[in-house]
Every structure is written in C-alpha cells, then in structure tokens.
Design a protein around this ligand. Structure first.
Ligand SMILES: Cc1cc2nc3c(=O)[nH]c(=O)nc-3n(C[C@H](O)[C@H](O)[C@H](O)COP(=O)(O)O)c2cc1C
Length: 193
C-alpha cells in the first residue's frame, strides 16, 4: 500500500502552545500509522504581515515559497488552530495568505491547496475547544483556497489539563476522536499518492 506523506503544523508558535502539543501528538500517531510525516513550526518560516506594496516591489518572501513547496510535496496536511476572538490566529491567516500568492509560471492558482487532503484540529481552554476557529479555518481553506477539508475534525476543550506528562491525551474520548480524524486523513491522503 502506498505511504502517504503528511505535513503537520500548528497555528501557534507560543512556547507551551496547546495546539503545538496537539500537532506533535498527531505527528507521533501518524508516524505509528505508517505515514511519512513532516512536522514543521511556523517559527522557522517567519513572514512579514502581508502588504500588497511589498508583494508588488519584492514578490512573495522566500519562506512563503518554501511553505508552498512543502504543501505541494505532501498528500495530506494536518493543521492545529488556536481560537482568537472566534477565528484563527493572525499567524495562520497571514501564512495561508502569503502561500496563496506564490505561483510558478503556468501553474494553476492555489495549486498547493488542491489535489491533497486537509484535516483540522483545535485546542483551547474554552468550553468549545476552539470550534469557532475550525469553522473559520474551514472557510478559508475550502472557500478561499479550494481545498478538500475532511468533515472529521477535533476540538479539544480544557486544553491546559487534557495532556498527561507523556503529552498524550488523558481522556479516551479525545484520544479516540484524534485517532478517527487521523485515520480519515491517512485514508484520504492515500488517494492522492
Ligand atoms: C487575542 C486572543 C483572543 C482569544 N480568543 C479566544 C476565543 O475566542 N475563544 C477561545 O476559546 N480562546 C480564545 N483565546 C485563548 C486562546 O485560545 C488560548 O490562549 C490558547 O491557549 C492559544 O493557543 P495555543 O496554546 O496553541 O497558543 C484567545 C487568546 C488570545 C491571545
């Protein structure tokens, strides 16, 4: 059976980020599920705030091109997304915005988002576990970028207390949900290998 390549990233670069913990846990689980996993931190791909004048004068930054190539090199992408004021983080939105501006000659628009599967997850201390950031992220990816975003998703509430000392999810309910989301992603990503 073909081995899908899965990219994992968190929409937070905060030290101790719950979403980065969730991303790291997902990366571990995906590796166990025989996927070829790349876990990246957006801290390693700093980007200026999108500005049309900057794009006109200098084009998209090299880090946007690198991330776009990374997206293109994977069959599945797993994104964990913190909730800021009922939406996604400016970091994640700015990163996606820049990636959408990178286009190779003769390439169709938004190529990095097409022909691959996305799965999304959130972690928050709030009751809804960042569910509203998932709604916003789904809109950006599906409507804005034409991406296939799987219906399976996970929103982890009470995020400060749900991880044990091994960085696993304590509650079976959360662990089962994450397993289901990742299994769906591996299966969908395999279709694009
Ligand atoms: C500007 C700002 C707005 C926030 N708005 C929300 C919100 O609407 N809903 C929510 O559940 N948490 C909200 N939070 C709390 C974050 O979800 C929380 O800080 C979370 O831990 C951030 O993710 P991280 O741990 O991965 O960095 C907000 C935090 C910040 C800084």
């Amino acid at each position: 059976m073909a081995i899908p390549k899965i990219l994992v990233l968190s929409g937070s670069i905060r030290t101790g980020s719950h979403n980065s913990r969730l991303a790291a846990l997902a990366a571990k689980a995906l590796t166990r599920a025989a996927a070829d996993v790349t876990l990246v931190s957006l801290d390693d791909y700093p980007l200026p705030l999108y500005h049309g004048d900057l794009e006109t004068s200098a084009g998209p930054p090299e880090n946007a091109a690198k991330l776009k190539r990374l997206f293109g090199a994977h069959h599945g992408i797993f994104i964990t997304s913190p909730e800021y004021n009922a939406s996604i983080t400016p970091l994640l939105k700015n990163t996606i915005d820049w990636i959408t501006r990178v286009r190779e000659p003769k390439e169709p628009p938004l190529a990095a988002f097409r022909d691959r599967a996305f799965a999304i997850a959130a972690a928050s201390n709030g009751t809804y576990g960042g569910m509203r950031s998932l709604m916003a992220l789904r809109q950006v990816l599906e409507l804005g970028c034409g991406a296939l975003v799987l219906p399976d998703q996970i929103a982890v509430s009470a995020a400060a207390t749900v991880f044990d000392e091994m960085d696993d999810l304590r509650e079976e309910r959360n662990a089962d949900r994450l397993r289901a989301v990742l299994a769906a992603l591996v299966e969908a990503a395999r279709q694009f290998t």
